[in-house]
Design a protein around this ligand. Structure first.
Ligand code: DQA
Length: 147
């Protein structure tokens, strides 16, 4: 089946952006790792990034139409977007939220996540490896729902 991997604002600069916080891997590296793992697990991937909130909402709607699972790093929209939460609340398949950094170790404004009100699981502070673990979890939730 299908897994959407959705990335929010500024993640296009991954690898260049505050590497002491987010590491040196680029988003293209993350995408390649996600594609490799998904194909090992027998899943297809739609990998997207946008700096625009509405595009992320539209991809969530698309994932809903496709009956796909979602791995999402909403980036700064995590802490601001009721609209992304509402979109995820229209969605019934597995959702795992990923943060590269440990948001709980950082500024207080990063401690609250709107998306966590819906996510089935949250990964933070495991670097870009978090995406791999999130894909594994979405895949196993999809498999167990199919049984
Ligand atoms: C982030 C954490 C957010 O607080 C921040 O706004 C980001 C990236 C992370 O992956 O650690 O852009 O989601």
């Amino acid at each position: 089946s299908l897994i959407y991997v959705l990335n929010g604002p500024n993640l296009n600069l991954l690898g260049k952006r505050q590497p002491h916080i987010y590491g040196h891997e680029t988003l293209a590296d993350v995408e390649a790792d996600c594609r490799r793992l998904a194909s090992e697990l027998g899943h297809d991937i739609r990998f997207h990034q946008s700096n625009r909130e509405y595009e992320i909402i539209d991809w969530i709607h698309e994932a809903r139409e496709d009956g796909a699972g979602i791995v999402i790093n909403p980036a700064a929209f995590t802490h601001t977007s009721v609209a992304i939460l509402d979109a995820l609340n229209t969605f019934e398949q597995p959702v795992i939220e990923v943060h590269i950094s440990n948001v709980h170790k950082r500024e207080a404004f990063r401690h609250h996540s709107f998306v966590s009100h819906r996510a089935d699981g949250v990964i933070a502070g495991l670097g870009t490896e978090g995406y791999q673990l999130a894909i594994r979890r979405v895949a196993s939730l999809i498999m167990s729902a199919e049984k």
